[in-house]
Design a protein. Structure first.
Length: 296
């Protein structure tokens, strides 16, 4: 009975969104996107699209999303939004981070990406324009992927902080106590494999078109680069996502090393009390700010 009720609720929600979507104006980018997609299908094989297309989407998205945070360090006005203002980025750290990223991307992640084509073939996942899900379905699927990845990340990330194994794997990622966007995927190769597995679980569950692979890649990179940016910028649209953790939440994890283990949402840390030190820290900071205002 409960299962039927849930299905009915989901169907009703889907119909409601579909009804609202029918009143929205046509997307001016839809036709150019359709033309580009069909051109890709006509000129490249499925293997090329799944492999090199996925690599290009990942690399271009990653470094483009890193650009704002990289530029912020040169803008004095933006320094008031930097969370750990006493620990500025250095060229030495950024260059070291970049070299490690290139190694991980091409020697760890690329071999995994090479399996994308075989994954889509095994599960008969379509590439065609006509089979592509609507935008609101993609949004819902990406959210579902994020929920699954967040659960995996919380428990495995917390395990990597265990004193017996921390220094062998996860310590690499914590080399920078004050993170910056490009450092999001700076990690030991084993950590890339362990925590990266959570990314693929949602794909196995939800994937009904190759476009979800790319949409989820972009969403996941947007989130992880944002929380590692080191800047808590106002009017950040990601803060509209319910229970979104954000940069300040994850920055405290790098500063404190204990607690705030989840990647995207706050509910696992709240449920297990691993955000208690963060909450205490926030209260302490609020009292400092109030005292400063009173003196002024």
């Amino acid at each position: 009975m409960a299962m039927n009720d849930s299905v009915n609720i989901l169907n009703s929600a889907y119909l409601a969104v579909e009804y609202i979507d029918s009143f929205l104006p046509d997307n001016p980018l839809q036709q150019p996107f359709k033309n580009a997609w069909n051109y890709m299908l006509d000129n490249y094989t499925k293997f090329q699209i799944a492999t090199w297309g996925s690599l290009i989407v990942h690399e271009v998205s990653y470094f483009l999303l890193c650009v704002p945070g990289f530029i912020f360090q040169f803008i004095p006005y933006m320094q008031k939004y930097k969370i750990q203002q006493d620990k500025p980025e250095t060229w030495e750290k950024q260059w070291k981070c970049f070299k490690t990223l290139i190694f991980n991307h091409f020697f760890i992640q690329l071999p995994l990406i090479c399996g994308t084509y075989y994954f889509t073939e095994y599960f008969n996942i379509p590439y065609g324009w006509e089979e592509m899900p609507r935008w609101y379905v993609l949004v819902a699927q990406c959210f579902g992927c994020a929920v699954i990845e967040d659960a995996w990340h919380y428990f495995l990330h917390r395990l990597l902080h265990h004193k017996r194994i921390y220094k062998y794997i996860h310590k690499v990622h914590h080399e920078f106590a004050s993170p910056f966007g490009m450092q999001a995927e700076y990690a030991h190769p084993l950590e890339t494999l362990i925590l990266g597995t959570g990314f693929f679980i949602g794909i196995v569950v939800f994937c009904n078109h190759v476009v979800l692979l790319w949409a989820w890649v972009i969403c996941r990179l947007m989130e992880t680069i944002d929380v590692h940016s080191g800047y808590d910028v106002p009017l950040n649209p990601l803060h509209l996502v319910p229970f979104y953790a954000g940069a300040r939440f994850h920055d405290f994890h790098h500063m404190n090393f204990i607690g705030n283990y989840a990647s995207t949402f706050t509910w696992w840390d709240r449920l297990f009390g691993t955000d208690s030190q963060f909450i205490a820290y926030q209260e302490k900071e609020k009292k400092k700010q109030c005292a400063t205002k009173k003196k002024a």
